[in-house]
Structure formats: structure tokens, C-alpha cells
Write a protein that binds this ligand. Structure first.
Ligand code: CA
Length: 219
């Protein structure tokens, strides 16, 4: 899952980025509102973690701009301001959830999982297709009820495909959810990892849709 982290506090941002990378997210981290606005225009993110007090452009204004142009990227607002009024403003501006600093990383991760579940329309912690299941809490995958070991990239790819159900995912969309900025994308990475997943879950688990990309499928 590709995630945009917007946080100007270097120490806090570093800690959140490290924790979320360990949890399997491809994290892009920007430190001011203007850079965040640019990133949100140019990339598609599964979710955005947004601090409110930011240099250049504050988080609330950024959020209002995002929503007013019809961008529905799920946003979790992160803020030191924990008065009720600020929470209400954040939610009214289009935030999907709100977390006050200081917070625990496990709570942030649980809230992000909940947001992603709601965004994918499933509402369930376990994603399924055919005989393949992925538990998004434990990050364990199963095929015909037997556990299957996955690398980080394989997990990211499987999570993306399962959370988009049977819609077609282009190669660049899949690449974006597997890699953060600055990470070197190996050549043919998507093809290579699709091949790995087919070996683990059966050749028909992922369909190639000629000229468009890939989708889950049975033919
Ligand atoms: Ca701040």
C-alpha cells in the first residue's frame, strides 16, 4: 500500500515512517503542506497521514482543497491540537479519522487498517479471493487454509490486488503500491512478482489483461 506521510517534525516523522515501512507500507514522506499538495496531485495514495500544523500550507487548508477537487483519498489527520473544536474542524474538512498526539504506533496502524478496509468496501480484516486469504492484521497469507510465506513485495502486491477485488490494475498502479519514492524499481518488477504469486496461489489466480494490466481471475 502506498502511503503519503505529511509531518514537519523530523523525529516524529522518522519514527512513523520507519514503523509504517516495517508494517509493509510504501511510505512517501513530505514535510510541508505545499510538497504534500504536489504529491497528492501527482500520485495516487491508498491513504494519507496528515499533520495539521505545517509550514507553507496548513493541513486543514490542504484537506479542504483536496476534497473540493473531488479527491477521495482516505485521510487520517494527526495533530497535537486535541480540543474538540479542532477535531470537528478536521472531520468537517474531509478527514476520515483523527488521532491526537502523542499516540501509539499500534493505534495508528490499526486505524489505517480500518480506513483501508472501509475504502475497499469490505469492512473486514481478512481479504479473500477464491481459496486465497490475507489477514491484514497479522499480515499472514493462506492458500487452501495452509499458510504461505511471502516477501514484503509479494505481500504488497497481493494486498493491492485483493483490496481492489476484480478491477484491473495497471502495471504502474501496482508498481506505485509496491515502491516508495527513492526505492529502486527492479526492471520487470511487477511481472516478476506476479509470477511469484501465481506459483504460490495457482496460475489462474491472477489474469493478465492484455494492454491494461492484471486482475484477480479464474481464467
Ligand atoms: Ca506540525
Amino acid at each position: 500500500m502506498r502511503l503519503l506521510l505529511v509531518e514537519d517534525d523530523a523525529l516524529l516523522g522518522d519514527g512513523i515512517q520507519a514503523g509504517l515501512r516495517l508494517a509493509g507500507y510504501a511510505v512517501d514522506w513530505v514535510r510541508d503542506g505545499a510538497a504534500a499538495a504536489l504529491a497528492l496531485r501527482n500520485e495516487r495514495y491508498a491513504v494519507c497521514v496528515l499533520d495539521l500544523g505545517l509550514p507553507q500550507l496548513d493541513g486543514l487548508t490542504l484537506l479542504r482543497q483536496l476534497r473540493s477537487r473531488g479527491d477521495h483519498t482516505p485521510v487520517l489527520v494527526l495533530s497535537a491540537r486535541d480540543t474538540r473544536e479542532d477535531k470537528v474542524q478536521g472531520l468537517d474538512a474531509g478527514a476520515d479519522d483523527y488521532l491526537s498526539k502523542p499516540f501509539d504506533l499500534p493505534e495508528l496502524q490499526a486505524r489505517l487498517r480500518a480506513l483501508l478496509r472501509r475504502a475497499s468496501g469490505s469492512g473486514e480484516a481478512v481479504l479473500r479471493f477464491g481459496e486465497v486469504t490475507l489477514d491484514t492484521v497479522t499480515r499472514r497469507a493462506y492458500f487452501k487454509a495452509a499458510p504461505v510465506a511471502l516477501s514484503g513485495r509479494e505481500h504488497a502486491l497481493l494486498h493491492d490486488l485483493l483490496s481492489h477485488n476484480q478491477s484491473i490494475r495497471s502495471r504502474s498502479e501496482l508498481e506505485q503500491s509496491m515502491y516508495a519514492w527513492g526505492e529502486e524499481v527492479e526492471s520487470n518488477a511487477v511481472e516478476v512478482y506476479i509470477h511469484h504469486l501465481r506459483k504460490k496461489f495457482g496460475a489462474h489466480f491472477i489474469k493478465t489483461v492484455r494492454g491494461l494490466g492484471y486482475s484477480l481471475g479464474t481464467e
